[in-house]
Write a protein that binds this ligand. Sequence first.
Ligand code: LLP
Length: 463
Amino acid sequence: MSRSAHPAGPRHADVLTEGHYSAPAADLNVLDEKVWARTVTRDADGALTVGGIAVARLAEEFGTPAYILDETDFRARCRAWADAFGPDADVFYAGKAFLSRAVVRWLKEEGLNLDVCSGGELTTALDAGMPAERIAFHGNNKSVAEIERAVRAGVGRIVLDSFQEIVRVAHIAQRHGIRQRVQIRVTVGVEAHTHEFIATAHEDQKFGIALAGGQAAEAVRRALSLDGLDLIGIHSHIGSQIFDMAGFEVSARRVVQLLAEVRDEHGVELPEIDLGGGLGIAYTSEDDPREPHEIAKALSDIVTRECEAAKLRTPRISVEPGRAIVGPTAFTLYEVGTVKPLEGLRTYVSVDGGMSDNIRTALYDAEYSVALVSRTSDAEPMLVRVVGKHCESGDIVVKDAFLPADLAPGDLIAVPATGAYCRSMASNYNHALRPPVVAVRDGGAHVIVRRETEEDLLRLDVG
Ligand code: LLP
């Protein structure tokens, strides 16, 4: 199959050409553990269960479509990241992937920190009791009100994204009589793709301050000169859904070079570096993600090596995985509404959701898997396109996949690996009601984000 499509955006890659789908798996009933949440299995009747609960029960109790999130898996992934990086590093979960109050509580209990990138995410984090010092505040255009709130709450760090923001945060902190801990986000001239990276002189994008042309060095100079700021380190985030560690290596090397320049110019060794998020997950059986301990080792080796070469004390490393923690822990459960064979082409399977609950296929040409989950089937594989119920022909959930040929209205199908950037990017297009997120654990299921209702829609529409 062509792997040229890049989930971070069509500008990065060619669009999949028609007909570039894999051959069907030998047995469509087998659930590839790479793409499914950890407690997913089939019960004796062939129905998919998660956390010990059969999907038919979940559908009956909570309706479809619904995001079903495996809390046991979420917590296990948090622990795996925390253990892999150890006590001398910090893991910040990137809340933009999916955030709710329950998620904040789980993160708190599992010892993770939290990266927020808006006032709304900050409110959710604080409301659910995340200690402010464990919160990092990101964003390329934080409002004055958002900065005020973050400073007053006492967030552990604000990641500065522009020259204007350096001054803005410094003034606000000074007004509140504090020195705000900050990092400067730099762009290192590396653009990472799923299976490759490109090193360019400049990154033509909106985030951060370029290392190129001495801009980042100038930002450090200004931040060090302002009383309201306590500059604790440098931040770099190079992209998303990345499998190749080479981009991180170049990024780490360039950030360490900047630390050495700062030491030479100011006599200050900045104590921290943050290498961002972006680690890839398996959406289909063809993806091969790295385990957290491999990632931790690769990053810490490169930083240690570069620091030794530059005769710098090794800084404390932090990372910000979002997708790699929550992505694999959830699947979207849909009911099949119509099955429409198009002679010589493929069969269109319409489900009761679509681009309003998963925009990633339409937006990024992202690839997903799909399985019949309410039962098993021995029928022949048929080539399908899973589509939603929206008034738009680009309303595609899974572009090319195989499902059993006896698929019928009323069957439940599920799309795995929808924990990240699906509910958080969901919309009300066509006045769709955003689905609930149901957390399952040890035979129990409960709603952590409820389904929207028509009353919710009308409440905002003030006439
Ligand atoms: N840190 C920073 C500064 C980020 O900008 C991001 C993601 C992350 C961490 C987390 O990246 P992750 O580990 O989740 O890949 N909507 C797109 C992804 C956009 C990511 C934006 N920044 C998607 O659905 O693929």
